[in-house]
Design a protein around this ligand. Structure first.
Ligand code: DX5
Ligand code: ZN
Length: 216
């Protein structure tokens, strides 16, 4: 399968959000990565439903929504209404993860589960067949522009093994500190989707940077 690129709009210029969304539309990116932070599950607050709906209004590609929030269950329908196509919750935020995954799918979205850097991949073995996406965090969630945690490469391999072992169709996505160098290692390890925020939006030619990532 071709590598998918999901630029993180957390690093875009919020005063020019339409411009940046259109840049992604016309680039070789596949999805929009949309980071929602609540100041409780992670020590930062990003944005909520109105901003997601504004992105959706202009986006011509799927919204890959990454929830870094406590109690995501109570907002699943709202995220669908705001325009989420893929909804990813954190393993660490969901005591009834199986139920949460079913609720996401029942709402008409693809379901993903994200793992913090300290959370073992094997903990997903009883739900792996239900999942469309496994999101390996390669930084501690909360901020763009952090340093890549090398152990994520090993976790990508472990996630691919788990997926094969259980006959799951889930894709493996990696988020945090992705650039051409770390991206190449991750793809070698089996990553299907790369998220990149500061590497794309901090470059002088974001569209060319997306194309570079796409051609890894
Ligand atoms: C971090 C977010 C990431 C962030 C990645 O908590 O989940 O999606 O935007 O940013 P970079 O690519 O700059 O590490
Ligand atoms: Zn993210």
């Amino acid at each position: 399968m071709a590598l998918l690129i999901s630029p993180s709009v957390l690093s875009c210029d919020f005063a020019n959000i339409q411009r940046d969304v259109e840049m992604i539309n016309s680039s070789s990116a596949d999805w929009f990565h949309v980071d929602v932070m609540d100041g409780v599950f992670v020590p930062n607050i990003s944005f909520g439903f109105p901003v997601i709906a504004a992105i959706k209004k202009h986006a011509t590609k799927p919204l890959d929504v990454h929830l870094m929030i406590a109690n995501p269950d109570q907002y699943i329908e709202e995220f669908k209404k705001a325009g989420a196509d893929i909804l990813t919750v954190h393993y660490e935020a969901c005591p009834h993860l199986h139920r949460t995954i079913q609720a996401i799918k029942a709402a008409g979205m693809k379901a993903g589960v994200a793992l913090n850097p300290h959370t073992p991949v094997d903990l997903l073995q009883d739900v792996i067949r239900e999942l469309d996406l496994v999101l390996i965090m390669s930084v501690n969630p909360g901020f763009g522009g952090q340093k890549f945690i090398q152990n994520a490469v090993l976790k990508v391999e472990q996630a691919k093994n788990l997926i094969h072992r259980f006959g799951s169709h889930a894709l493996v996505e990696v988020d945090g500190g992705v650039n051409l160098e770390t991206g190449t290692e991750l793809v070698k390890a089996g990553a299907d989707v790369l998220v990149a925020g500061s590497f794309v939006f901090g470059s002088s030619d974001p569209k060319a940077t997306i194309a570079d990532l796409k051609s890894i």
